[in-house]
Design a protein around this ligand. Sequence first.
Ligand SMILES: [Zn+2]
Length: 245
Amino acid sequence: MTFTTDAIVLKILKTGESDRLVTFLTRDRGVLKAFAKAANRPKNKLHMATNLFCYGRFTFYEGATAIKVEECDLNETFFGLQSDIAKLSLAQYFNELIIETAPKETEANEELRLLLNSLYFLAGDQKDRRLLKPIFELRLASEIGYMPSLIACRQCGAFETDPMYFNEETGELTCCDCHEKGAVRYPLAVITAMRHIIYSELGKLFTLTLSEEHIPMLTQASEKYLLNVVQKKFKSLDFYKAVCE
Ligand SMILES: [Zn+2]
């Protein structure tokens, strides 16, 4: 049986003489692994299309025990990611997060749109990568069912006080009067940015701006919350931090 769907390459592993085992995020079937026969040979028709971050319309053959890549109509390579080690490692972190959290064997349209948009802004230098990271992390947490609860103070319902307190383990918010033990103090501007990330429509998601002094706080809140949700360490994240510090 063959099927065709939009897909992006998340990871490649050389296997056998010249084959590749490729991990994809697909629109219709979520994260899947497929063999690309002879794709490690430069002249093979799948060589280009099964490089990291290549996006296009892929046709797969599903056999009894494995899935094979048949062909690809390549759309985008995100070539701009290759020029800068910080961009590349951040993009690899995005890929690792997707592999860990996106659905399998079912549609993953929202996750695919989020990844494609994030890579587009990252590759083209269209957005400060220090904002792309929290945008991706918090939005992904929301897409996979762990949207933080940021509408109002969980105790008294106050919508806005400055500061507010965010609990990085539960994803809950309290105001400056009700703040709970364990919740971390954040300026309202940071909470407003987090609200933008989780509640705005995708078309407006990347319009987020934040003052220089608040960026590290947004970075901390989103990373801690996401890692609490996912419960895993990511080598690519350690590497990204190492090259950026
Ligand atoms: Zn309150």
